[in-house]
Ligand binder design. Structure first.
Ligand code: IVH
Length: 677
């Protein structure tokens, strides 16, 4: 019995190591996580039954040790070097030219082969394997001595406790980078925030903090990854003769190697790689801060040698830094299209992520409090890819005495209306709506848009001109525009001014649902506006509806209801509505017929692609008339997807989710049959 158990234990370990290898090294798992967990639990149970079978390299023994009081020092068997940096193409060309010179390559007709690698933005560590067993792990430290983080390194599943194969050297130092994945970092921060614990500024800090935990149980919960990029000491065995082959060998031994590594030729190959990786940077699930070019042949590396602590055979070609330090001069409040108040940091100009940044978002009040950011602080600004620059943190040690905490105003800085913050929302909003200057341009644009009042000729540019020229204060003013004044505007001929007035006149005759939608009430889109019109039948009925009454309306939840009530409670808004009606905007009340059959009630449709017999909007209206709900994106809740010509990804997604797909003919059949019911 015990013999059978022992065999099973050995078999399980082998299997688990193999699946780890599939997952972390090959990035190609064979079994689902649940099956992996099952194997691990079975092994745990057997080891509990036979503690004498437990070995240090068993996959169950990753998290074992007690918390440390402090880290001890370790001397690396071979020093860990650093890299020189290149910040421009010219510096790379120089680097390549010098290497060619020293290696006596012909500058014109021959090229050095390089291993081009991403420069991972994490934490360098050195792993020592003796006879294939992971003996210890150390941080880089000053390159000569580092900290012993063995028990933390052991918790990283990507790092094998035992090498695979047989041909490994009896002593081997493996160098590489511990990184935290971006996705893991975001999840970790969410958890930390929920627990009210420290939130990390970026994945590198999070990786470093995780690895320098005294309690390995904490490290074990952190989403860390490891990529090997070099070897240190090699004793009692040999390694191949190029960097590329060395990494391939490490991979064979079960060590993860980054999959973006490539062999390139000469300076042009290096620069091409730099651009390639630069373009991919945002899609990678780990941060990189540049690329590294390494002369591929080890004999050539040896010939090139070192200058002080950095090799002449390698260089780091850096991307523009994504984080820089600067001073927070002031916090301004920006009022957005929907009235959202966004605190914006005014910064001492700083070059970051390839551009000069003077403003950055502070997101909202909660974020400012969480990061404890105050005017006058020295702050870290981050600009990654196309993302809006943000203030990541403030350096508390540099804070001036008397720096005061920041509070969002309770009244809109633009129009003075009350600022509210809805439950479960991080954002505070101005309730001024149509009255608020900052929101006016956007709300007029919305009012005039095709699905709202559909005022032809009143485009975005013109709206801005009209507001800037002080010709329009509130929505109703657009119906009092005069030909002579309009024609005086830039790029406005008399003919187009006349057309605009005609369009304005025509738009006055509208429908209740369009009018409600036009008002730009937060949370009230086209569909909700329709529902409200149908349910209440008249504007006064909608305006006087209580939150409770609104919640009874199909598809209106508490958040929408609260927003509607707030809108109509604001006297500015009701005044504008009155003025619009006085200017001649009118519609017919809707007959409220709750007994109308709704054969497609509760059915959720998505319409995609081009239909030949009707527009997508018409299809939508026809479906809605029968009670169906028509949404814009396919999800598990979708019942039917109507597919026209050139449907794109929504159809693919529907297929993947097994949702019923209707072609145009089937849609017609469904509409006809349902209407007949
Ligand atoms: S090789 C002699 N390769 O950059 C060369 N380093 O300044 C030793 N790094 O501390 C390093 N990605 O943390 C190398 N693909 C890569 C790298 C890399 C990131 C870091 C490493 C090291 C620093 C060198």
């Amino acid at each position: 019995m015990a013999v059978a158990d022992k065999e099973r234990v050995l078999k399980l370990r082998e299997e688990i190591n193999y699946h780890n290898y599939r997952y972390y090294v090959l990035d190609d798992p064979e079994i689902p996580d649940s099956e992996y967990d099952r194997l691990l639990r079975e092994l745990q149970a057997l080891e509990e039954k036979h503690p004498e079978l437990i070995t240090n390299d068993s996959p169950t023994q990753r998290v074992g040790a007690q918390p440390l009081a402090s880290f001890s020092e370790i001397k690396h068997l071979q020093p860990m070097l650093s890299l020189n940096n290149a910040f421009s193409d010219e510096e790379v060309l120089d680097f390549v030219r010098r290497a060619k010179e020293k290696l006596q390559y012909d500058q014109v007709s021959s090229e050095i082969v390089y291993a081009a690698e991403p420069k991972l933005d994490g934490l360098a560590i050195s792993l020592l394997y003796e006879n294939g067993q992971l003996i210890r792990g150390a941080t880089r430290g000053d390159g000569v001595t580092g900290e012993d983080v063995t028990q933390n390194v052991r918790t990283i599943d990507a790092i094998p406790l035992k090498l695979m194969g047989e041909q490994f050297p009896s002593r081997l130092e493996v160098r590489g980078e511990v990184v935290m994945t971006k996705s893991g970092f975001n999840k970790l921060n969410e958890i930390q925030r929920d627990k009210g614990e420290k939130v990390f500024a970026n994945p590198r800090n999070a990786a470093a903090g995780s690895l320098r935990q005294l309690d390995p149980k904490v490290t074990a919960t952190r989403p860390l990854m490891f990529y090997s990029y070099a070897v240190g000491l090699v004793e009692g065995g040999s390694i191949p003769d190029t960097q590329t082959a060395v990494l391939a060998r490490l991979k064979d031994w079960g060590l993860p190697v980054n999959s973006e590594i490539k062999q390139v030729q000469g300076a042009s190959g290096c620069l091409e790689y730099y651009n390639e990786i630069g373009a991919k940077r945002d899609q990678l699930d780990y941060d990189i801060d540049g690329v590294v070019y390494k002369v591929d042949k080890l004999v050539e590396q040896e010939e090139l040698g070192f200058v002080s602590r950095a090799p002449r055979w390698a260089i780091a070609h850096k991307f523009a830094a994504q984080e820089e330090m600067t001073r927070l001069l002031a916090i301004d409040i920006q009022v957005g299209r929907t009235g959202a108040l966004t605190p914006v940091a005014r910064l001492e100009p700083v070059f970051v992520g390839g551009v000069t940044v003077t403003n950055a978002t502070l997101h909202n009040q909660d974020e400012i409090e969480r990061k404890d950011i105050r005017v006058g602080d020295t702050v870290i600004v981050r600009r990654a890819g196309d993302v809006i620059p943000e203030v990541v943190s403030s350096i508390k040690a540099k804070r001036k005495k008397g720096a005061r905490k920041f509070k969002l105003p309770t009244q809109c800085p633009v129009c003075g209306s009350e600022v509210i913050r809805l439950e479960n929302e991080a954002v505070s909003r101005c309730t001024g709506g149509l009255f608020c200057d900052a929101q006016r341009k956007e709300s007029i644009k919305h009012f005039a848009s095709r699905k709202a009042m559909d005022i032809e000729g009143l485009g975005d540019k013109l709206v801005e001109q009209l507001v800037d020229a002080d010709m329009v204060h509130d929505l109703s003013d657009i119906f009092h525009l005069e030909l002579s004044k309009l024609a005086g505007l830039d790029r406005m001929a008399e003919k187009s001014a006349k057309n605009l007035l005609d369009a304005l006149e025509k738009s006055k005759s509208t429908t209740l649902d369009r009018f409600i939608f036009s008002l730009g009430i937060r949370q009230v889109g086209e569909t909700t506006a329709k529902t409200l019109a149908q349910y209440f039948g008249s504007l006064p009925a909608v305006m006087s509806a209580s939150e409770e009454a609104l919640i009874d309306v199909p598809d209106v939840g508490p958040v929408v209801a609260e927003s509607i009530v707030h809108f109509f409670n604001e006297p500015h808004n009701t005044a504008v509505i009155k003025k619009l009606q006085a200017a001649g905007v009118h519609w017919d009340d809707v007959e409220v017929d709750k007994s109308k059959p709704q054969p497609l009630a509760d059915q959720i449709f998505v319409v995609t692609g081009t239909l030949s017999t009707m527009s997508r909007d018409e299809a939508k209206q026809a479906l809605q008339a029968l009670g169906a709900k028509v949404t814009g994106s396919v999800s598990k809740k979708t019942d039917y997807v109507v597919v026209g010509e050139n449907p794109g990804s929504k159809a693919t997604k529907a297929e993947a989710l097994g949702i019923t797909i209707l072609d145009e003919d089937s849609l017609h059949a469904l509409l006809t049959n349902s209407a007949a019911k």
